[in-house]
Design a protein around this ligand. Structure first.
Ligand SMILES: Nc1nc2c(c(=O)[nH]1)N[C@H]1C(S)=C(S)[C@@H](COP(=O)(O)OP(=O)(O)OC[C@H]3O[C@@H](n4cnc5c(=O)[nH]c(N)nc54)[C@H](O)[C@@H]3O)O[C@H]1N2
Ligand SMILES: Nc1nc2c(c(=O)[nH]1)N[C@H]1C(S)=C(S)[C@@H](COP(=O)(O)OP(=O)(O)OC[C@H]3O[C@@H](n4cnc5c(=O)[nH]c(N)nc54)[C@H](O)[C@@H]3O)O[C@H]1N2
Ligand code: SF4
Ligand SMILES: [Mo]
Length: 869
């Protein structure tokens, strides 16, 4: 048997280790790496199903110029020539790179070096601007350097864990499982601060459904409480913390319990419970992510959290830290190389001596001397014609930036756009003049840094498909063709790693904590064998911070007024993630198992708001903002606050006609970090009616684009399922049906039409639409794609003795649906999550669905109780 190759998960910043065993061409068995410190063998639903995403479906396998296949030589020459010419004519600031926390550190290093040292502009920004930049700015303000002062072990050692603006159960599931393990082992308390009641809140000791945008008030209120009740640490502050004038006067006025409760729209008693719990628990870790970062006051929110930890001495000690958990697999590596437009390299900024130092190290001919344009400004500058050549790598700005409609226009108007991606068709590559095929996960080779500063190897276990090449190779080839042959003469990632490590250590006598000196002379074999290691150890344990005087800084943060809703925009749109999809779905979308958790993009709304607007569950509704509009499936949710709606970020032009959250979000940014406030856009919502509804199941992976009001696509075993709705005659969609023998059935009274095509006993496709009737369950029909001897009876849409509809998939590992779980709870009187596991298997593999199971159990029990009353 082939030996397992140890690598790191492709997705989130938890950075789980994976043991991958290749099974043949484009096939691999995945399990968690027991030896990896981030996960000790555990994987969530996304990591577990990575094997379903390595097929070549939809991959870009050769360079493309315009719409024509081209050789690498031609494509690279063209990119180099157009960048060179643009720089010659319009100066270095007329070009830009827009890169990603999904690049490896080595890729990132080369891109940053090319732009900031050789092209001579700061115009390289990254999707981390949308993700981490408020945390970066907050760390810099408080600590003098972008250092995350926590380790995962702190979660095992804490007595209280606070999750602020983080849907950890869905977005960092292995961290969430670690928290649950600590709760079971030592009774660690859990508090969740999130306007929505997410699955993360399931079983938490407290959930504070805070009014969005009021986290500064909440943290200042907590600090005022600690101050008043002797909960601060004056000795620690005196020795290790510097504070601005008037800091305590500010905290002490207007931050009493009652005022705070009012500002945050929380019950004073609940808030007091939280404050008391915090004040009584020195070992507290506060984790935060996008509910904090993605705000027009994100940096202040970050500092308000850090302030509390600094003033109470909850930092630099076991089980006590503010902890920014990162989104992407290499968000941290990107920060380490300096890939943000606002940083230079290796945790250095654009101070003149840093510019001189890095310039010397690189022997750079054209050092950038000032920060470049941040993502939102960058695309605005493009819209205004100031950016004339753009290279996008490993990100999809045409959907993930705010006001994405305008971003698309900007890209369409840009004279030269290059997109490096693993997929052939993305919303961004639609605007590319040149598309370059990158190596993907399982093929690429390098390092990533996770949320707690642990560096791990990503190792290849699949051959490069077609003509795909690693990103570092593509960038250095362009650099060489632009004329910098020696500075970019890399042959392998290990060389780049050593150079990056040397730069972090270069003239660094302790001013910068990021120092990879021990890595700088590493041989190629040692690089290949590299074990996960954490840089920076347990930072600030000695109370010294990387500022000039060695002290941390408290930052005076003021709660800004949260604007009241306007008449035209009575709702506030909050946006975020689903458990089983990753961003724009270019990879998770290939997995039939992951697809079933949430099959369509939904707008979640409180039942009372929906009732007032005449909207019912499962309706379609149009969400509008000043930026744009898009249609979503409605899901009523008691977990939403009144006046707030929530939509997911995952759906794109490639798989749906609606659900386009990126078009809706407003492009306002935090003044310090430039991070967009994705979590609150003024919006309105309105019911959309259609004359018919239906679905289409097609064999094969070639996507089609049904022309109707609502069409969404998911991958199913052997093909795809499209949900449809529209007006007019649905018969025009029948052209999408494949060739084969056609069978049809009609029920004129309900306007129901069922057709299927069959070739040699195999189902080619089936379409069912209705005007007033019900539609059958899709499950059985989907299974017929893999059946033989299929005949006309397929139109009955159920086989002999076929199972009732299992409902929305909850446990993707064992393919168990909501209806099955509810039935088992009722029939077998199941009382806890392990009992459900015993009865059905659900929740016993990756564990990602355990919070959902707890929630279903709760509801089912309550309903039974009500029924008994
Ligand atoms: N399944 C899955 N996991 C992922 C990803 C994915 O696409 N899918 N992406 C990864 C990436 S890049 C990132 S950045 C992370 C993001 O991980 P998270 O930050 O956990 O995810 P989000 O869903 O964006 O938002 C988190 C929560 O912030 C809340 N929130 C909104 N406004 C406020 C507010 O004013 N105050 C407070 N306290 N909370 C608020 C939202 O209601 C939401 O539940 O996830 C990573 N992990
Ligand atoms: N409204 C709203 N918008 C948001 C957010 C939100 O919460 N709300 N969150 C924001 C956040 S935190 C993030 S991180 C962004 C994420 O948004 P994006 O970065 O735009 O999303 P991805 O789908 O991850 O894009 C990665 C692209 O890189 C490709 N790719 C994968 N691996 C490789 C590789 O090795 N090399 C190359 N060259 N390409 C590769 C993939 O196919 C995909 O097209 O979205 C942001 N946008
Ligand atoms: S928590 Fe899940 S998605 Fe994140 S790294 Fe681990 S397995 Fe991958
Ligand atoms: Mo992110």
């Amino acid at each position: 048997m082939t030996e397992a190759i140890r690598t790191t998960c492709a997705y989130c910043g938890v950075g789980c280790g994976i043991a991958a065993t290749p099974l043949g061409a484009r096939s691999v068995a995945i399990r968690g790496d027991e030896a990896h410190p981030a996960n000790a063998g555990r994987l969530c639903s996304k990591g577990t199903h990575l094997g379903e995403t390595v097929a070549l479906t939809g991959r870009l396998l050769h360079p493309v110029i315009g719409s024509k296949r081209a050789s690498w030589d031609k494509a690279l020459d063209l990119v180099a020539k157009r960048f060179r010419e643009t720089i010659a004519r319009h100066g270095p600031d007329s070009v830009a790179f827009y890169v990603s926390g999904q690049l490896l550190t080595e890729d990132y290093y080369v891109a940053n070096k090319l732009m900031k040292g050789f092209i001579g502009s700061g115009n390289i920004d990254t999707n981390s601007r949308l993700c981490m930049s408020s945390a970066v700015a907050g760390h810099n303000r408080a600590f003098g350097e972008d250092v995350v002062p926590a380790r995962y072990e702190d979660l095992d050692e804490a007595d209280l864990i606070i999750l602020v603006g983080s849907n950890t159960a869905w977005c960092h599931p292995i961290v969430y499982q670690r928290i649950q393990a600590a709760r079971a082992a030592r009774g660690t308390k859990l508090v969740v601060i999130d306007p929505r009641r997410t699955e993360t809140c399931e079983g938490a000791d407290l959930h504070l459904a805070v009014k969005p945008g009021t986290d500064v008030a909440l943290m200042n209120g907590l600090l005022a409480w600690c101050d008043r009740h002797g909960g601060t640490d004056p000795t620690f502050m005196q020795r290790h913390v510097d504070m601005p004038e008037g800091f305590w006067e500010h905290v002490r006025s207007g931050h009493d319990l009652w005022t705070t409760a009012k500002t945050c729209d929380l019950a004073p008693a609940v808030l007091q419970q939280f404050f008391e719990l915090f004040a009584a628990t020195p070992r507290t870790v506060t984790l935060f992510s996008q509910g904090i970062n993605q705000s027009i006051r994100g940096t202040d929110q970050v500092n308000a959290i850090i302030n509390v930890h600094l003033a109470t001495g909850r930092i630099g000690k076991a089980g006590a830290a503010p902890f920014s958990i990162t989104g992407q697999p290499n968000a941290m590596g990107g920060r380490e190389v300096g890939g943000l437009a606002s940083t230079l390299a290796a945790h250095m900024d654009f101070a003149p001596d840093n510019v001189a130092r890095v310039g010397r190290f690189w022997a750079a001919p054209n050092m950038a001397t000032k920060p470049g344009l941040k993502a939102v400004d960058l695309f605005r500058a493009m819209d205004e014609g100031r950016i004339k050549a753009l290279w996008v790598m490993a990100t999809n700005p045409a959907i993930s930036l705010p006001d994405a409609g305008r971003v698309r226009e900007a890209m369409a108007s840009c004279p030269f756009v290059v997109v490096s991606d693993i997929m052939a068709d993305t919303d961004s590559s639609a605007h590319a003049h040149v598309r370059l095929p990158a190596a993907g996960w399982g093929e690429k080779d390098g390092t990533v840094t996770n949320s707690d500063r642990t560096v791990s190897r990503q190792r290849p276990f699949l051959p490069l498909p077609g003509e795909a090449r690693p990103d570092w190779w593509i960038i250095k080839e362009v650099a060489r063709r632009m004329g910098w042959r020696n500075a970019f003469a890399y042959d392998r990632p290990a060389e780049i790693w050593r150079e990056h490590a040397r730069l972090t250590a270069y003239q660094n006598d302790g001013q910068r904590l990021l120092n990879l000196r021990s890595q700088a002379a590493m041989g190629n074999e040692a690089y290949d064998a590299m074990q996960p290691f954490r840089w920076g150890g347990a930072p600030f344990a000695d109370g010294r911070f990387p500022t000039a005087d060695g002290k941390a800084r408290l930052v005076l943060t003021r709660q800004m007024t949260v604007a009241e809703p306007l008449k035209a925009w009575p709702m506030t749109l909050n946006t975020g993630r689903y458990r089983d999809q990753w961003h724009t779905m270019s990879r998770t979308g290939l997995s039939p198992k992951l697809a079933r958790h949430r099959e369509e993009p939904m707008v979640e709304i409180h039942p009372d708001d929906a009732a007032a607007l005449g909207i019912a569950d499962r309706d379609l509704a149009q969400v509008r903002t000043a930026q744009g509009q898009s249609i979503f499936r409605v899901a009523l949710s008691e977990g939403q606050r009144r006046g707030e709606i929530f939509t997911p970020i995952h759906w794109t032009d490639q798989n749906a006609s609606g659900g386009r959250t990126g078009l809706l979000a407003r492009p306002l940014v935090d003044p310090h970090s430039g991070q967009p406030g994705f979590k609150s856009t003024p919006a309105s919502i309105e019911r959309v009616t259609t004359q018919w509804r239906g679905f289409l199941i097609l064999r094969g992976d070639e996507p089609v684009r049904p022309q109707c009001l609502w069409a969404t696509r998911i991958t199913v075993p052997g093909g795809a399922l499209y949900e449809l709705a529209g007006n007019g005659d649905p018969a025009r969609l029948e052209g999408l049906m494949p060739q084969g023998d056609r069978v049809e059935a009609m029920d004129a009274s309900r306007g129901t039409r069922r057709i299927a095509t069959i070739s040699e006993g195999r189902l080619g496709g089936v379409m069912m639409v209705t005007r007033t009737g019900l539609l059958p369950s899709r499950d059985w029909l989907i299974r017929q794609l893999e059946a033989e001897g299929v005949g006309g009876s397929v139109l009955a849409a159920r086989g002999p003795g076929s199972q009732p509809d299992k409902g929305a998939t909850i446990c993707v590992c064992f393919d168990i649906g909501l209806n099955q779980i509810v039935a088992a709870i009722r029939e077998q009187a199941l009382v806890d999550v392990p009992a459900i596991g015993k009865a059905l298997g659900a929740g016993t593999n990756c564990g990602s669905c355990r919070p959902a199971l707890a929630n279903i159990l709760n509801q089912a029990t309550q309903e039974t109780l009500h029924a008994a009353e």
